[in-house]
Write a protein that binds this ligand. Structure first.
Ligand code: FUB
Ligand code: ZN
Length: 650
């Protein structure tokens, strides 16, 4: 109850803070949506019960928490972990734990956070600066540090601003959920200090790794202090601006001013956070050139640099985007953090522009290249998410399986904070219009003026495309419900990068109170405007056929190969299901594949069964099975492939 009162007060406060412009479409708070389904509920439970506690434990064991204690003078010692940005892992886990508290009050966790936040506050220097390794001993930097002992001596590589960006996000989350100001005050003190240090005529360098922009916008929204928004804008405008710093180059998206950028380049997580920050600042300032730039860059990604799993960042070297159509499978990097960044960015693009194509990309990333990053048990992680594996190459930072933690553990801590925020991606609202963006069984509550509208979704999505939505507005009332017709019903992605081999629309079917309705599409949504009465029932049926996908011919590795999809799920073949090897298997163009739900397998999945041709023994076939890509590597180490050879193709 205490949490709900806090959230309510914050809602009133944020409404009272007058802002000229903002996202035209507002996300619905994640606290207003209760997932009741088997698929996501499991992920949320496991994140709360396993991933967050295990990650805090790892921070304890690896010295990440001790670093704050030592910097605070609470104990003796040296900086204990390998990277200058290791403080950020602690911040991200606090952010996730705070979200988790909002839905699952837990006095023990709350007390643990209080204690940790007290250590962080004590580690903050008097002027607001915070970066534990430097406070501990500026002359003994982590081995991976490239600057000098001076503060801000390596703004391009040092992560001082990256760290605090994550701190602002965590502090705002903690404040919003608990109503306690102690962490927020640390964030404000630091941000005020950063605002005194950076700006026109002061330090002019943007951070090498974007993130602070997103954090500053959240701080602005929480406090109403315009200085933070202006600082975020300053950092964006400094990127690619040689007046004030020596450009870092494309790796940090610092090769040209944002309004001149057309192509996604460089480190993929940096890029994804940058484009998200640009979207936030564009929404809050109305800066049109920002919107145009991220639109162009989005087109480039979606038509030339997006894996079918929704992953981004083809190159291991530099954890970076590759050239156009450079989408290798075995060596694909697809960092889990980059998938999270891609979801954040596409969500913001939707809030800016209202088109469902962004949600199509978001959904693809979510169900495939993002959740592949964490095991079904929530205790092990992929850092890169490859699309092909020979059963031998240790692709996951030296391992052939998911690992409990990494020296650079940005991905596990990012999972900790992303998963509990997921319910907030399901719906959005624009005045009297409710957008239904994602599908899963859930109950949600919306405020339409003074009216509360409750929506109940019943569905087996992602395994079945039948969706029932029951509406309860209290009393009959007119408003609009916009249902996203999932893009996969017609084409894999909103570009020619991938296409279905057997083209053709699979007609969706819509009824309201059992009366069949014409489906009229606008920007990827079916808009239903009418007076809604308690108990009104919408049924949308989007047939989930098995679809064979091929790539644009310029994706050379995929020539002569197909991938398999069903609904939002991308499939892969694993050796364990296919007589121990898959490198000798091919599919016919007209292979018949049947879907089958197996509740005992991999926490319940739909598998695809059929026959494959043996390449090593012509004319011989064998049984074939594909499983959801996100669930691979749970049953031992063996070959895996998303793109499978087509018999007779080259
Ligand atoms: O540099 C901080 C984080 O570490 C990046 O976002 C990840 O890609 C990893 O390099
Ligand atoms: Zn990462």
């Amino acid at each position: 109850m205490k949490y709900l009162i806090c959230l309510f007060m914050l809602l009133i406060l944020s409404c009272a803070t007058k802002r000229a412009v903002d996202y035209p479409i507002k996300p619905v708070p994640f606290t207003s949506v209760k997932l009741t389904d088997a698929f996501w509920r499991h992920r949320l439970d496991v994140n709360r019960q396993v991933t967050i506690p295990a990650s805090f434990k790892k921070c304890q064991e690896t010295g990440r928490i001790a670093n704050f204690e030592i910097a605070a003078g609470m104990r003796e010692g040296e900086f204990q972990s390998p990277f200058p940005f290791d403080d950020s892992d602690v911040y991200k886990i606090i952010e996730g734990a705070s979200y988790s508290l909002a839905t699952f009050p837990d006095a023990e966790l709350e007390a643990y956070l209080d204690d940790l936040i007290a250590k962080i506050a004590a580690a903050q220097e008097d002027d607001g600066y915070i970066m534990t390794w430097r406070t501990i001993d500026p002359n003994k930097p982590p081995t991976t540090w490239s600057g000098t002992a001076e503060r801000w001596s390596d703004i391009g590589g040092g992560h001082e601003l990256y760290n605090v960006g994550h701190m602002y996000e965590a502090a705002v989350a903690h404040y919003q959920v608990t109503g306690k100001r102690h962490f927020l005050d640390v964030a404000i003190k630091n941000a005020d200090f950063i605002a005194e240090t950076f700006g026109p005529g002061k330090l002019m360098s943007p951070p090498g790794h974007e993130e602070v922009e997103i954090g500053l916008v959240k701080l602005y929204r929480a406090t109403g202090d315009n200085k933070y928004l202006q600082l975020a804008r300053f950092f964006i405008d400094q990127r690619g601006n040689a007046q004030g710093h020596e450009l870092y180059g494309p790796y940090s998206q610092d090769h040209a001013p944002v309004y001149e950028q057309n192509e996604a380049v460089g480190h993929a997580v940096r890029a994804g956070y940058f484009y998200s920050g640009v979207a936030d600042v564009a929404a809050l300032t109305g800066e049109r050139t920002y919107v145009d730039a991220i639109d162009r860059i989005w087109d480039n990604v979606v038509s030339k640099k997006l894996y079918i799993t929704g992953g981004i960042g083809a190159q291991r070297h530099g954890e970076a985007f590759g050239a156009n159509y450079e989408l290798p499978n075995a060596t694909s990097y697809n960092e889990t953090c980059a998938a999270i960044a891609n979801v954040m960015w596409n969500h913001r693009m939707f809030l800016l522009k209202g088109h469902a194509k962004y949600l199509d990309v978001m959904e693809r990333t979510l169900y495939n290249g993002l959740i592949s990053g964490v095991s079904l048990e929530g205790d092990t992680f992929f850092y890169p998410n490859c699309l092909a594996f020979d059963g031998k190459m240790p692709f996951n930072q030296g391992s052939t399986t998911r690992k409990e933690w990494f020296d650079c553990s940005c991905c596990p801590s990012n999972i900790c904070r992303f998963i509990p925020s997921l319910p907030g991606y399901f719906y959005a609202q624009q005045q009297d219009t409710i957008y239904v963006n994602l599908y899963a069984a859930n109950e949600a509550v919306f405020s339409l003026g003074s009216r509360q509208v409750k929506i109940i979704q019943e569905t087996e999505y992602p395994w079945d495309g039948k969706i029932t939505i029951i509406i309860d507005p209290g009393k009959a009332a007119p408003f609009t419900i916009k249902l996203r017709l999932p893009g996969w019903a017609n084409q894999p992605v909103p570009s020619d990068l991938y296409s279905y081999i057997e083209a053709g629309e699979r007609a969706a079917h819509l009824t309201i109170n059992e009366d069949p309705q014409e489906i009229e599409m606008h920007n990827g949504f079916i808009a239903l405007t009418q007076t809604w009465s308690p108990g009104d029932c919408i049924q949308l049926d989007v047939p989930m056929a098995v679809r064979k996908v091929m790539s644009h011919e310029l994706v050379t590795e995929n020539v002569g190969r197909m991938a398999l999809e069903r609904g939002p799920i991308v499939y892969c073949a694993e050796a364990v299901d296919n007589l121990g090897t898959i490198s000798n298997l091919a599919l016919r163009l007209d292979s018949q594949l049947q879907s089958e739900y197996l509740d005992h397998l991999l926490h319940g999945v739909v598998v695809l069964n059929g026959r494959a041709v043996r390449l090593d023994e012509p004319n011989r076939e064998q049984d074939f099975r594909a499983i959801p890509y996100y669930a691979w590597n749970h049953r031992g180490v063996g070959e895996m492939a998303v793109w499978l050879p087509i018999v007779g193709a080259h």
